[in-house]
Design a protein around this ligand. Structure first.
Ligand code: CP
Ligand code: NVA
Length: 317
């Protein structure tokens, strides 16, 4: 994966994804044991955030620091993507100074334009289309809690937006079964669904879309939801609260999943909207494990993109 972009989970093969998760587990263990792993010593990552962030910002900065490198926050009010100067010029400046760029943007096309303008790796830190870094952390968390990903049943309830799109691809790449229930008109991106269907077929997974949260949750190992009102959609808040009212993950809905099912959420969460407090703060919830795993999976991703897999041989065994 050395030198490649990570804009979508369509950018990785099933075996690359498995290796990424293995490397993330290795880095997690190294960090816990205090084993030296400064694999990106002297390297740097620029970060551009057009939208707010707690987890993505913290974990990329900390990840680069733990790997011996540096992260630089470009601060969108200074960079002014596409306003102060053209996007290709921004990319061509950055490649003279830094080894990679992570960007959180309103329009996925900005990521494509950045990637087309430079040879340094561009990482999608969330767009309206995908949130692939989140899915990496989610897959590691499911693997830790449930063992094998293959054959695992995931129910996604709510908005078919960025997080849902990446989960569809992540499930399809790992042979998971994913059932999505959204209100009509809020289905996931159909291009992504087509790609995910093809991948699922090759990897032994299945993918079902529907409108019924109960049907989607039946016998699930994992129940996942995301905000009803994603960043940038605040002006639709009133209408969305009405449309999504039947799509709250509460104890009644969780009762349709397997008794040992886990509850997942990318965060930030809105108790009383997409999830009840009882569920998200209850003992089936693994939300903070997911948040922790953002750090370990992104460290693995950074090493893979900035140096390649051979760098891992430097970790003392
Ligand atoms: N889940 C996630 O990406 O969190 P932030 O928006 O806080 O980065
Ligand atoms: N769907 C949410 C995810 C936040 C991490 C959003 O785009 O705001």
């Amino acid at each position: 994966m050395h030198g490649r972009d990570f804009l979508t989970l369509r950018d990785v093969s099933p075996s690359e994804l498995q290796l990424l998760l293995d490397r993330a587990a290795q880095l997690k263990a190294a960090q816990a044991q205090g084993t030296q792993h400064r694999l990106l010593k002297g390297q740097s990552l620029a970060m551009l955030f057009e939208k707010a962030s707690l987890r993505t910002r913290t974990t990329f900065v900390l990840g680069m620091t733990q790997l011996g490198g540096t992260a630089i926050d470009l601060m969108s009010e200074h960079t002014q993507i596409g306003v102060r100067e053209p996007i290709p010029d921004i990319a061509r400046n950055l490649e003279r100074w830094v080894d990679g760029l992570m960007a959180r943007v309103f329009r996925h096309t900005v990521l494509n334009e950045l990637a087309d303008s430079t040879s340094i790796p561009i990482i999608n830190g969330l767009s309206e289309l995908e949130h692939p870094c989140q899915t990496l952390a989610d897959l590691l968390t499911i693997r830790e809690k449930r063992g094998e990903l293959e054959g695992c049943h995931l129910a996604y309830i709510g908005d078919g937006f960025n997080v849902c799109n990446s989960l569809l691809l992540g499930s399809a790449l790992t042979g998971m079964h994913i059932n999505v229930a959204t209100p009509a008109g809020y289905e996931p991106n159909m291009d992504v669904v087509d790609s995910a269907r093809r991948l699922a077929k090759n990897n032994g997974g299945t993918l079902e879309l529907g409108f019924d949260p109960v049907a989607a949750t039946k016998n699930a190992d994992v129940v996942y939801t995301d905000a009803w009102i994603s960043m940038g959609l605040e002006n639709e808040a009133k209408n969305r609260r009405e449309v999504f009212e039947g799509y709250r993950v509460d104890t009644k809905l969780m009762a349709h999943a397997k008794p040992e099912a886990i509850f997942m959420h990318c965060l930030p969460a809105h108790r009383g909207d997409e999830v009840s407090a009882e569920v998200i703060d209850g003992n089936q919830s693994v939300i903070f494990d997911q948040a922790e795993n953002r750090l370990h999976t992104q460290k693995a991703l950074l090493v893979m993109l900035l140096r390649g897999d051979s760098a891992f041989c430097e970790i003392p065994t």
